[in-house]
Design a protein around this ligand. Structure first.
Ligand code: GLU
Length: 471
């Protein structure tokens, strides 16, 4: 499939960018490698008394900033190389969106569907205990989050185990993010990656020159989208792009098949259908494609691979017709495939930028945990009163009344979710401009990905310089 392992692929992308950074070789080497790899065995006692030993990892790629940050994946494909690659991507991702963390990732080699909830809880708690024992978790050390195969439930088990072992640690809630909202989580974290993909796409599609080069008009309205993977990221990307961006989602692919409707699929209804029947197949008004792989090869404006790595590779790249690829998953395009796609003029919006919404809102959650106060608590009422005063003054000066509906819209103070969304929007817009400016201002940069690497590596280089380690 690829001449490179996943981690080698990330290294290859790094090497393409390195000469454009102007940084010394030693510093580049320091940034590129993984700092610490933890491999642990997690024993699970089965109902019949046997013990199954599970393979688990936590990798800290770069500690130039503390804590390190990144999700925990439960999947049968987990291996050391994969976790190293994902940890490295976290380092660059955090740098791109100015989240002040180093990169990390964890994984347990299991198919969570094959275990009971009670077993998953025991696995998660034991894994957490191993991380505590090895100093690989803590609000100032290393902060996990959800990834493929995990979610708020697992994060709740992690924080509970950590807190039990670290009794009295005042910031313990910040040891993990993506927690349920009623357990020190934050509003808007679940949708964050998908919402970030939407903000990122909207920004990318706002540049007339770039859209012209693709034969597209600016704006998201009416653009066709194909989504591979209707998990957390794919679902929210589809839902929000459709509702708030006017995008037409024409095809969705899942592990058991792909469905298509040229007139557009109602993503909300599709998710409801999937939740009820267990599959996207059989959705009213949609036709099923002969193979799920065909979904990636459909004519469309935007292709969103939102599943796993290596989905677009040397085998299928030449058949992919999408004008824009938004890498909602981590590492979905191999270096070989990228070369083919770039030659065709495809705009690939790289993972380390487009899926950074998750870690951005994780950062907000961590800040909330450390400050021990909900966003909006201090200022909401104050803002409301200030807006009321302005309207009252305008009314008394003009002698006219603002109608009740408009008044209600204007005087609303910001809730936590409003602040989270606005912080995320600001982050995604600023980061895109930073990457694009790098892309346009350095001669010879052939892709947005290389530009994103250059942008990230330079920032990390500056951090090291500030530490005084490198001249
Ligand atoms: N697992 C997500 C990612 O790949 C989120 C990581 C986090 O929030 O720390 O970016």
């Amino acid at each position: 499939m690829s001449a490179y392992s996943f981690f080698q692929g990330v290294e290859k992308y790094f090497d393409q960018a390195a000469p454009f950074t102007g940084l010394p070789q030693g510093l580049l080497q320091q940034i590129k490698g993984c700092n610490a790899v933890l491999r642990v065995q997690v024993p699970l006692k089965l109902a019949n008394g046997d013990v199954e030993v599970l393979e688990a990892y936590r990798v800290q790629h770069s500690n130039h900033r503390q804590p390190t940050k990144g999700g925990i994946r439960y999947s049968e494909d987990v291996n050391q190389d994969e976790v190293m690659a994902l940890a490295a991507l976290m380092t660059y991702k955090c740098a791109v969106v100015d989240v002040p963390f180093g990169g990390a990732k964890g994984g347990i080699k299991i198919n969570p569907k094959k275990y009971t909830v009670e077993q998953l809880e025991r696995i998660t708690r034991r894994y957490t205990a191993e991380l505590v024992r090895k100093n690989f978790i803590g609000p100032g050390l290393d902060v996990p989050a959800p990834d493929y195969g995990t979610g708020p439930r697992e994060m709740a088990w992690i924080v509970d185990t950590y807190t039990a072992l670290k009794h009295g640690e005042i910031d313990a809630a910040g040891c993990v993010t993506g927690k349920p909202v009623n357990q020190n989580g934050i509003q808007g974290r679940t949708e964050a990656t998908g919402r970030g993909v939407f903000y990122g796409l909207r920004t990318a599609c706002s540049f007339e020159d770039d859209m012209k080069a693709l034969g597209l008009t600016t704006g998201l309205e009416g653009k066709t989208m194909v989504i591979q993977g209707l998990g957390n990221v794919g679902s929210y990307t589809g839902l929000i792009s459709q509702k708030e961006g006017g995008v037409k989602v024409i095809c969705v692919a899942e592990h058991d098949g792909a469905i298509y409707n040229a007139a557009g699929l109602d993503v909300e209804a599709l998710i409801a259908h999937r939740d009820k029947t267990g599959s996207i197949l059989g959705f009213a008004g949609a036709t099923q494609l002969a193979t799920r792989g065909e979904a990636l090869e459909l004519e469309c404006d935007i292709l969103v691979p939102a599943a796993l790595e290596n989905q677009i590779n040397a085998d299928n790249a030449a058949r992919i017709k999408a004008k824009i690829i938004a890498e909602a998953a981590n590492g979905p395009v191999t270096p070989e495939a990228e070369a083919i796609l770039l030659q065709r003029g495809c705009l690939i919006i790289p993972d380390m930028y487009i899926n950074a919404g998750g870690v951005t809102v994780s950062y907000f959650e961590w800040l909330k945990n450390l400050s021990h106060v909900r966003f909006g608590r201090m200022q909401k009422r104050f803002e409301q009163k200030a807006y009321e005063n302005i309207i009252n003054t305008v009314e008394s000066l003009t002698g006219k009344k603002v109608d009740e509906r408009d008044r209600a819209i204007i005087v609303r103070g910001a809730d936590e979710v409003d602040l989270v969304r606005s912080g995320l929007e600001e982050t995604m817009i600023t980061a895109y401009h930073g990457i694009r400016n790098t892309w346009k201002s350095i001669a010879g940069l052939n892709s947005l990905r290389t530009a994103a690497f250059v942008y990230a590596i330079k920032k990390i280089g500056n951090d090291y310089a500030a530490l005084g380690i490198f001249p």
